[in-house]
Write a protein that binds this ligand. Structure first.
Ligand code: DQA
Length: 144
């Protein structure tokens, strides 16, 4: 099984940005953690991070026929992007929405998730472990 992990805007600044919310570990630490989790689960993984909405739409389109599932933390685009929602619907790959923090326990403008409608599961508030859980969920439910 081949899984694409997508991280949206400002996730590249992990460790620097609001450490009281997102922790002190860096994006590189997250990449290593995800690679290790995938290895343990016995799945192939590729990672992509972008601050740009269009680039995220492009990589979702690219995933069709090349990957068996998507793990996505769209970051702030979660709360604004119908384009990312539409891309996920278009490719129809099983996708898991992940958030490091729990947006439902934060500002009201974070309570809406446009992408959720196109996802088989949402995992929030579990930090790095949320990505591991998402990979395992795809492996257990959507292995090819
Ligand atoms: C986030 C939550 C979003 O509300 C926020 O804009 C982010 C990160 C999270 O992982 O907790 O950038 O997706």
């Amino acid at each position: 099984m081949k899984i694409l992990v997508i991280n949206g805007p400002n996730i590249n600044l992990l460790g620097l940005r609001e450490p009281e919310i997102y922790g002190r570990q860096s994006y590189d630490d997250l990449v290593n953690f995800i690679r290790e989790s995938a290895k343990k689960a016995g799945v192939e993984v590729e990672l992509f991070q972008s601050n740009s909405e269009g680039a995220i739409v492009d990589i979702i389109q690219y995933a069709r026929g090349r990957f068996d599932g998507i793990v996505i933390n769209p970051a702030a685009y979660t709360h604004t992007s119908i384009a990312i929602l539409d891309a996920l619907k278009a490719v129809a790959l099983p996708a898991v929405e992940v958030h490091l923090s729990d947006p439902s326990a934060r500002e009201e403008y974070r309570h809406v998730s446009y992408v959720r409608e196109a996802c088989v599961k949402t995992i929030a508030g579990k930090g790095f472990d949320g990505y591991k859980e998402a990979i395992e969920y795809l492996k257990n439910n959507f292995s090819v």
